[in-house]
Design a protein around this ligand. Sequence first.
Ligand code: AMP
Length: 279
Amino acid sequence: MTKIFYKIADIQAYLLQFSYKQVGFVPTMGALHAGHESLILASKKQNDLTICSIYVNPTQFNNPEDLKKYPRTLPEDIEKLEKIACDIIFIPSNEEIYPKNPSLTFNFGNLESVMEGKFRQGHFNGVATVVSKLFHIIKPNRTYFGQKDLQQTQIISLLIKDLSFGIELICCPTLREKDGLAMSSRNLRLNPQHRNIAPRIYQAMLLAQELVFSQKDINFAKKQAIDFLSQEINFVLDYFEIVDCQTLGEINEQTEEIAICVAAFLGGVRLIDNLLIKR
Ligand code: AMP
């Protein structure tokens, strides 16, 4: 039986009895899809107890319109989580998470000055704030994040290390639709025409990947991929980067894995995706 909690005190009181068990935690913002479910299933395999939180965190939205329009499908989310036997769902309110506006801020250096950090000022500060709060509330042994949000996963990895959370971070692969589009809650907001052309993001990354594989210059690969995306005028590109997967900076001799990262608007809906290439 899936249990649902809305209050911090209630979930913490319930979790006391599991203090010797392995707890896996999957933070989400709801509008759940198979990508989210894959994280829950990964946690169920490795832990005695799996907790999923559903919370649309206002402090990580730098655009009020985006926050307002973020898809909310709570009854369906609960149904999906019950179906895959997620043990606990935590659905806190804004008052519960933010009884006061946080005054502390994070600084993740270069990791937050590029890509998502550059185009969404304050985003990772909001992410790190809410994830820290959730980690303190739930105190899991393991936490599951998607490669889909690669930069977020790197930020959380640094957060866990620097603040000694003692939580194992598991990065799970990106689940895609049949046509290659990365599953995302925001896909629900695409109109049919935009949904049709959205897989071009994946195709552009594949093109860049092929060029990198065949030892072509990184800037050439980038330009070819951007040209390909730009053929479709509906895309408004924030960035298309080919970077070191660990540092998210320039590729150099030490680079073990290359990340191709994209963010683009399609009819006002912001989509992000990435592909990794082992060297
Ligand atoms: P969100 O609800 O968008 O904050 O996502 C919650 C978690 O699910 C994050 O760790 C995401 O990286 C992960 N996630 C989102 N989309 C996918 C996907 N297509 N495949 C795998 N994981 C995903």
